[in-house]
Design a protein around this ligand. Structure first.
Ligand code: R1P
Ligand code: URA
Length: 291
């Protein structure tokens, strides 16, 4: 069995993984990820009990129980560079033996549900609504560093996206990954469903103009108008494609949920984004508690 070197998997003096500062026994198999570190407590305040609280950099982790179900909530910070760290360290906690530094013979499949905020790209996906992402198309480059595995529909969809947007020559090659079907099937009622575009920034990469000109001023319109069969793009954010891409390659079931705080077509922003996020947290925990 190959031993993973100290430089590749970094374990601190507490026996915890480097960035998250979490030990294997401190992580549950159902994990909610949130971007904002302050949102971790907004989730765990609904737990029946909390057994572990860890905090290192932007990575806050609370593990506790909803009824008999053990759940962790972990903050990722913003962006897929952080998702590379969080997904790899969550998987290491579950699937690498920290004593022998070898991959466990029997792998554990984690359920990972992102509860985040997002900007809608369709007029009929209003502020304060919820989106469950069927796919993440990443224009952020992360998955291009990994050997990807896609089915035929995913390849055709991302190819249609590249043809439609002409992204890929000057920008990173767009990649695609899908939601985990066994978790996705529980999040139907009360959610809009569609493709999420994951960007490497909030302003230019999401077509926002403050003081700088953009290479593609028509980006928002192009994404709004994209169709592939019944698929359309519902929203923009900054983590989904990384979670779906790495989660799939590592064998986990992932779903990205968003509270819509901005509508880029209607040019509106939620009057109470915190309330929309709270509503999504309560709805998500209710569903997870009942799975
Ligand atoms: C940008 O404001 C951040 O909000 C969204 C984006 O994905 C990005 O992380 O998600 P969170 O509210 O979960 O951070
Ligand atoms: N998060 C994003 O990344 N974009 C938005 O427009 C709103 C939240």
């Amino acid at each position: 069995m190959n031993r993973i070197a100290e430089s590749e998997l970094i374990i601190n003096s507490r026996g915890a993984v480097y960035h998250l500062d979490v030990r294997p026994e401190e992580l549950a198999e159902i994990i909610i990820t949130v971007g904002d570190p302050d949102r971790v407590a907004e989730v765990s305040k609904h737990f029946d009990s909390v057994e572990t609280k860890r905090h290192h950099r932007e990575f806050v982790t609370h593990t506790g129980y909803i009824g008999k179900k053990r759940v962790s909530v972990v903050s990722t910070g913003i962006g897929t560079d952080n998702i590379d760290i969080v997904l790899n360290e969550l998987d290491a906690l579950a699937n690498i033996d920290f004593e022998s530094r070898t991959i466990k013979p029997k792998l554990t499949q984690l359920t990972i549900v992102r509860v985040g905020t997002s900007g809608a790209l369709q007029a009929d996906v209003p502020v304060d609504a919820f989106v469950a992402s069927t796919h993440g198309i990443g224009v952020d480059n992360l998955l291009n560093f990994y050997r990807q595995e896609n089915n035929e529909e995913e390849l055709q969809l991302v190819s249609a996206f590249v043809t439609h947007t002409q992204m890929g020559s000057k920008m990173a090659t767009p990649y695609i990954a899908s939601a985990g079907p066994s978790v996705q099937k529980h999040f139907v009622d009360g959610f809009h469903h569609g493709i999420t575009i994951t960007c490497p920034g909030f302003y230019g990469p999401q077509g926002r103009v403050l003081r700088l000109g953009l290479t593609n001023p028509d980006l928002v319109d192009q994404l709004t108008n994209f169709r592939y069969g019944n698929h359309r793009i519902t929203n923009f954010e900054m983590e989904t494609s990384g979670i779906y891409g790495l989660g799939k390659l590592l064998g986990h079931q992932c779903l990205s949920l968003s509270a819509i705080v901005a509508n880029r077509v209607q040019k509106e922003f939620s009057k109470d984004g915190a309330k929309a996020v709270e509503n999504l947290i309560v709805k998500t925990l209710g569903i997870i508690g009942g799975i």
